[in-house]
Design a protein around this ligand. Sequence first.
Ligand code: ADP
Length: 538
Amino acid sequence: MRGLMQDAPLTIDTIFRHAEQHHGDVPIVTNNPGGKVRSSYGEWADRTRRLGGVLDSLGISADGRVGTFAWNSARHLELYFAAPCTGRVLHTLNVRLFPEQLTYIANHAEDEVVFVDRTVLHLLWPLIDTMKTVQHVVVMDDGGDNEIPDDPRVLDYETLLAQAQAVDFHTTDENAAASMCYTSGTTGNPKGVVYSHRSTVLHTMAVISPNGFGIGVEDVAMPVVPMFHANAWGIAQAAPAAGAAMVFPGAMMQPKALADLIIDEHVTFTAGVPTIWQGVLPHLAGREHVLRKIGCGGSAVPKALSEAYKEQVGLPIYQAWGMTETHPVASGGTLAARYADADEETKAGQRARAGLPLFGLEARIVDADTLEPQAWDDTATGELQVRGPWCAAEYYNPDPGTVLSTPDGWMKTGDVAAMDGFGNIRIADRTKDLIKSGGEWISSVDLENAIMSHPKVAEAAVVGIPHPKWDERPLACVVLKSGETATEQEILDHLAPLVAKWWMPDAVEFIDEVPKTSVGKFSKKDLRTRFAEYPIQG
Ligand code: ADP
């Protein structure tokens, strides 16, 4: 016997139409350098339909990639919907990537157009001739002062929109690609994750559910996590789906500006990486606000940070765990209610965990090689693996040899976790050879190669060490060739022209040898343990 229910496709235009039909009066605010811009879902819907017309008139192919290089803004929200609702694929380019990586991913995704905020135009424009498939650069004037090049490829967003015809949205294939996001590889090139309409709608439902971020019609939601990073943790779809008002920080990402925006715009829900909340804390502490939930993840959320928010802002941080490959929100929340009678330390410990998998996903911890399940006793650790309809099955045209899934169909995360008896996740370590600073990745392998190009260096291993502001910062452990001497400054001077400024190690330690595993690989785990208490300056 078959179920007799309608088989309606789970497509993103259903979210669009819901917001358009039922929440047209709900406000949207963007904080631009030139001042706040106020609109509503009604205006947004009208402009998004016309933006669909712009994509047609620019001649973007039926499933062409629509690049964005932009802060969180109402215009970016227009792009988040106009691209997938007309069958195109939104491709958010991360404004913090290096030039070579930007060129690589724009070419790999075959972006046909890039929509760019004027405040970051100077980072994109010099690369434009290296982006082989990009035919148009559409500038969104957010009040930045970058000069707009006099070039036939450069177009103005508002001019195009004013001339455009509104279009109908009717995507029908829920498995078609809707958007893509690149994530850093341990080695080799960035890897493309391609979200489908279906995965996006299901992820949206999980994000708005009470065990997720719990976003509803009475909320004012402010995504601080960038729309160019990991799908803004789903908030840009969740808020319109829930009819929640939206507040966008635009380019105004300074901690005080964020705290003022939270208070002045009556924000009830916001989310970002720990570094953001570390910076915002002193500007928010003791002030009156209507915040109900602060989502945080992307790196370990220090217990001290969550407890400081509880003390000084009046609500603890809601920790979530996920990855670009999981849309990204996969687990979150606290089981503190189950520990209502426990002591404060136990409750704080509960709040510092990465939570349960959100309904719809499953998680397990296993030996990464044998896939042997590990006990849920909060002591045994194993690779965290997940499966479900918003987990990536594979990457987009990956480098040969890239494996994301296990033979039995689970997604490998590269994170090491323990689970308690309820399956509540505690992230313990990471096997990925990457360092996460302020929410963005630094490749330790690339840094090591750059250091090892110094003529006096025999071996170098770079590890992430805990840092109060940035969560992690690189520490370079260097072995010199026998008989050589060198100073820290010499190594740093050598690196400076080779890597981005924010990748520069915070310190160089000269060591006798890099500890190795039984198969002769660098044992980063040993180095991380050895330097866990490294006295780095905050
Ligand atoms: P995002 O930053 O949105 O989580 P990325 O794909 O850039 O997405 O990074 C995912 C990785 O970040 C995870 O595999 C994990 O290593 C780390 N991470 C995410 N959330 C947490 C968390 N709550 N605790 C510890 N590490 C986390």
